[in-house]
Design a protein around this ligand. Sequence first.
Ligand SMILES: [Zn+2]
Length: 254
Amino acid sequence: MTRRLAVCLLAGLAASSVFAAQELPHFIASRHFSVQYESPYPPAGVLNTLEGLHAKLLLDLLPFAPWAKDGKIQVVLYSSAERYRAVEVMPAWAGGHVDVKARRIFLFEGDEFRRTMAHEMAHLFVQDYFAARGSVPPDWLNEGVAMRMEGDYGGAVSSGGRELKEASPSLEAFFNLNYRHAAQRPEEVALWYGQAGSLAGYLMRQFPRGQFVAFCDRLRNGASVDQALSAAYGLAVPDSRALESLWRESLENP
Ligand SMILES: [Zn+2]
């Protein structure tokens, strides 16, 4: 979880495209990816893994990133966490980051590759969608979609409904919690991520996809959460109070 915190502490920075492009010595490509890598050989099956994740994420997120159907995503793949953190000047707990403007994802080889890639690719699609209107997604939505993609397609184990039911704060507090605040305890941050993934998943999965897209479209055009819920979900979820009771009910009947 600290790893996730780190990834997302940096999300805002990454969005402004301040990262210098480091050239790694080797290169391979597939239909949707150009991969620079550092090791003498690329990880076995890396392009298949990337294309497989891409196809799965687009089942959910194509309306957010129509360009991704034919466009290319740049991947900068370091040989180890240490190399990634040293060259990209990342903190010790960073797992990966995105440069939205350049459509580039930075990460490193290892057991977490698939999971991190699903998470960061979701960030790329969602942040790019909001950037098209000159805005940024709310943190909870950005991280929530990324957590859901990580859980559904990246092989991560999602946090339990029971813990969310018993310990998660009200949605009002949740929407207002600044998870970047240094004073947040790691358990609170972990819970926040779990709640974000569960809530975004609820809005994505319990209703036709077009309603979730409409909700995000309203948000990127400046609507409040309540306005966007009402416009996209109508009487089914007219405001965040209704969302809270429906979502909590869903935790009891998963
Ligand atoms: Zn994240």
